[in-house]
Design a protein around this ligand. Structure first.
Ligand code: IMP
Length: 202
């Protein structure tokens, strides 16, 4: 069976990709599975730059087709922050998801509600020959001041989805995968991935 390398070490994302890509009929492998310990610095100015950089570095190091994502939470009242810096949004180095959520709520405290926000995901598909393809997805909602739910990761417990009347962390994995930014991006990426596996000669 052909292999697709998922260029992330984030366990929450890996689980979501495994569920979202189940129909693709390829074996998903992680950098850890392949013993690949690449350090790719996410210093781009856009989601595309960061995702593309990761996808290319991993596909060239492994010789495999590679799927990388760069995602983030954009909060209107904060001018789109934390955005590209969502994973590092904290004054403390190596802070936890809990610490980052608390910091976001602290920064939002002076603003009137609703605190409109959306999650964004850009996916990059990297081919060993250096080609790159992109797909993206967004999920709209608002930030709420109290954490609710234990599922998911990152900012999920404070991201409220009005149509579902609950936070992202109160959805099951299956439900999140029907509406999340990553789910929509994967839906848009699937035709590109199918074509890549058809075109590339291993
Ligand atoms: P990166 O794509 O590795 O730069 O990390 C994106 C960061 O955005 C994550 O570490 C989370 O903090 C946040 N994020 C991205 N997607 C989600 C999601 O589905 N739920 C909650 N937080 C997310």
């Amino acid at each position: 069976m052909e292999k697709l390398l998922i260029a992330t070490t984030n366990k929450g994302k890996i689980k979501e990709f495994q569920d979202l890509l189940v129909g693709l009929d390829v074996l998903l492998v992680t950098p850890q599975d392949c013993g690949l310990g690449l350090e790719v610095v996410e210093d781009g100015q856009t989601y595309e730059e960061n995702a593309g950089k990761k996808a290319l570095a991993y596909s060239q190091a492994s010789g495999m087709i590679c799927l990388a994502d760069d995602s983030g939470l954009e909060v209107e009242a904060l001018g789109g922050a934390p955005g590209l810096y969502s994973a590092r949004y904290s004054p403390l180095p190596n802070d936890t998801d809990t610490g980052r959520r608390a910091y976001l709520l602290k920064n939002l405290a002076g603003f009137p509600r609703p605190w409109r926000a959306h999650f964004h995901a850009t996916l990059a598909i990297g081919l060993p020959n250096g080609s790159l393809f992109f797909a993206a997805g967004d999920c709209f909602g608002e930030i709420v001041p109290e954490e609710r739910g234990d599922n998911g990761f990152g900012y999920d417990p404070i991201f409220f989805i009005p149509e579902k009347s609950c936070t992202m962390a109160e959805l099951s994995g299956l439900e999140k995968n029907q509406l999340s930014h990553r789910a929509l991006a994967v839906k848009n990426a699937l035709p590109l991935l199918r074509k890549a596996f058809k075109d590339v000669q291993f």
